[in-house]
Design a protein around this ligand. Structure first.
Ligand code: GLC
Ligand code: MG
Length: 250
């Protein structure tokens, strides 16, 4: 990974994955242009669920996994967890205090997860007021957390200094070539922190409305194309601005 000149750090569900033809198009494009980017998959899923998706959607194997909304990082060859990241974010993590508070909010349905690296819930659509009230109460009680609400459905409570953005920033410093040309890609609320990093980012065309809240910024490209097609559009925009106009045969 340290030797690669390009790097794609991308969300999976509804970003890299979701349209098999668009995915094939993106992979063909990388091949044809001999880009061979390092791949970091940055997902809300836990590791087993992410590996299942990779197999089902026939995604290429990544170099690094960032799972559970940025609360765990795994080497993709050995699937060993980065313990430095784990220790760094877990110092102040109080899942039982969060669960106690959640008992006051029966609309929050706890997601079943194989660990407590994060505490996640789902709500029925239209429950955003309850979700905000829950967040306010956690803040009033001083329970440390990082709060993520995605797709009008998923509520993730993460250790304070974690999240996809913090994890990607750490992973780039630790694992990537310092000169690598980067693209970050996502489609929903749990990608917001990552897409706000000072690297070229893309919001794919099929993104959730919550990403409309991100500012207009030269490092946040909003693509017209959906799913992996949106990644390709942004790649051309940032890293190959003359690609579309290149004469045939050159
Ligand atoms: C994925 C995860 C889910 C999480 C959601 C939002 O769908 O499977 O647990 O709540 O992303 O981050
Ligand atoms: Mg997604």
């Amino acid at each position: 990974m340290k030797r690669k000149d390009y790097l794609l750090a991308t969300d999976l569900d509804n970003t890299l994955a979701g349209d098999p033809l668009a995915l094939q198009g993106l992979l063909n494009f990388f091949n044809k242009e001999e880009l061979d980017p390092a791949l970091i998959y940055v997902t809300g899923r836990h590791l087993d669920s992410a590996l299942e998706l990779m197999e089902k959607e026939q995604l290429p194997a990544p170099d690094l996994w960032i799972t559970d909304v940025g609360t765990a990082i795994y080497d993709a060859d050995t699937l060993t967890e980065d313990t430095e990241w784990h220790n760094r974010i877990n110092e102040n993590w109080q899942p039982s205090a969060i669960l106690r508070m959640a008992k006051n909010f029966p609309d929050l349905k706890r997601q079943e997860l194989p660990h407590s690296k994060r505490i996640s819930f789902t709500v029925e659509p239209g429950n955003s007021k309850t979700v905000r009230l829950f967040q306010e109460n956690l803040e009033l009680e001083g329970i440390p957390h990082y709060f993520v609400f995605s797709s009008d459905r998923d509520v993730d409570l993460l250790p304070e200094h974690s999240g996809k953005g913090q994890a990607v920033e750490y992973a780039l410093k630790r694992y990537a070539a310092p000169h690598a040309k980067v693209l970050l890609a996502g489609d929903s609320g749990n990608d917001s922190q990552m897409l706000s990093l000072p690297f070229p980012s893309v919001i794919v065309g099929n993104a959730q409305p919550e990403l409309n809240d991100l500012p207009s910024h030269p490092l946040i490209y909003r693509s017209t194309a959906h799913f992996a097609g949106g990644i390709q559009e942004a790649w051309e925009h940032y890293h190959m601005p003359s690609y579309k106009t290149k004469p045939i045969g050159s």
